[in-house]
Design a binder for this molecule. Structure first.
Ligand code: HEC
Length: 321
């Protein structure tokens, strides 16, 4: 409780304009918290414009948690009962998940929180999804907590477009936020989304049907089609110099295997073992491309190809139902 009270006091101080690291000693928080007109200092003129800097919450059950603005929180998957109690204390009214996993809707409801489930990939957010994210934030009657799995890549990107659409963030502010949240530059599609943000049409923001609180995970076959697409893009990219696209696609391929893994707990040990092999090979390819290690790239590509073949022989081509 005491820890949370401190968070609140800090957040008040932050909301009048000073990020924690750059706060000059003279420009301390005003008691009434009502104005943004802190004296201009050199430090102030260096920071990005806008009334508030996102700052980190230190709450174990909300990994990578940030208060990004008075209306928007960002983070990883809420861990258990305690996490939802914290969110409620923070004044959050709705939780927006952009992760593929099934959200704990009932647990959230028990704490007076509504869920909106709008999964996104690591390759960027399309315009329809951007409109839905904004709509979810508009329809929440108060602050929202936006999360993915770890709270580092997809969640922060969703937060960025929400703040670009609702809080007037510039693409530069959005990019600075992604860096602060630890979004890897390997997910160039996420960076591209925030750089090229365009406000959705007002009609798109209205929407006709309610936004879902939980959607079914994609079927195995859909995930395979994604994997197949990333793999063929890797192969195309490897044919070019420099193989920049191949590296980005290798990252997406590894993430696609990871997502499949998370949804495959009931597929048996052998399936999971084959999947782990494929994922490890994709990781090797990623590293090889980063290090420009040609032999390692060749070896890893061969391993991936073999992993597709082996798993299909065992789990696709034999046991046709
Ligand atoms: C861990 C096991 C596993 C690995 C690894 C794996 N697959 Fe699959 N794949 C499957 C299974 C099982 C199916 C059948 C899914 C179904 O029919 O529901 C499938 C189906 C497919 C399909 C058929 C989709 C269709 O329209 O019928 C394609 C294409 C595909 N995989 C591509 C790949 C590629 C490319 C790789 C490697 C980069 C790969 N897969 C790695 C298990 C795997």
């Amino acid at each position: 409780m005491r820890c949370l009270a401190i968070v609140f006091v800090c957040s008040l101080a932050m909301s009048i304009g000073c990020g924690p690291a750059r706060q000059p000693p003279a420009a301390t928080s005003r008691a009434d918290g009502s104005t943004n007109a802190a004296p201009e200092s050199k430090l102030d003129s260096q920071r990005p414009t806008g009334p508030m800097q996102p700052f980190r919450l230190d709450i174990a059950s909300l990994p990578n948690g940030y208060r990004v603005s008075p209306q928007v929180f960002s983070g990883g998957e809420p861990h258990g009962e305690e996490a939802f109690a914290k969110l409620q204390e923070l004044g959050v009214k709705a939780v927006i998940s952009v992760d593929g996993g099934e959200p704990p809707v009932a647990l959230a409801k028990a704490h007076g929180l509504r869920y909106v489930h709008l999964p996104i990939g690591y390759d960027g957010i399309n315009q329809t999804r951007i409109a839905q994210l904004l709509r979810a934030a508009n329809e929440a009657e108060g602050p929202v907590y936006v999360h993915c799995h770890h709270g580092k890549h997809r969640g922060p990107a969703a937060v960025a477009v929400i703040c670009e659409g609702r809080e007037g963030w510039t693409p530069q502010q959005a990019e600075a936020w992604l860096k602060q949240a630890g979004t890897s530059p390997d997910y160039s599609g996420l960076y591209r989304t925030v750089a090229e943000f365009k406000a959705p049409d007002p009609r798109e923001l209205k929407g006709s049907s309610p936004l879902p609180e939980s959607v079914a995970p994609p079927a195995l076959i859909e995930q395979m089609l994604q994997i197949d697409e990333h793999w063929s893009h890797v192969l195309q990219g490897l044919g070019k110099t420099p193989p920049t696209d191949a590296q980005a696609e290798a990252t997406l391929l590894r993430e696609a295997f990871t997502e499949l893994e998370r949804a495959s707990a009931d597929r048996g040990d052998d399936f999971l073992r084959q999947l782990a092999t494929a994922k490890a090979a994709a990781k090797l390819l990623e590293t090889g491309l980063k290090d420009k290690a040609e032999a390692a790239v060749k070896q890893a590509s061969a391993k991936i190809k073999q992993s597709c073949k082996d798993c299909h022989a065992q789990h696709r081509d034999q046991v046709r139902k």
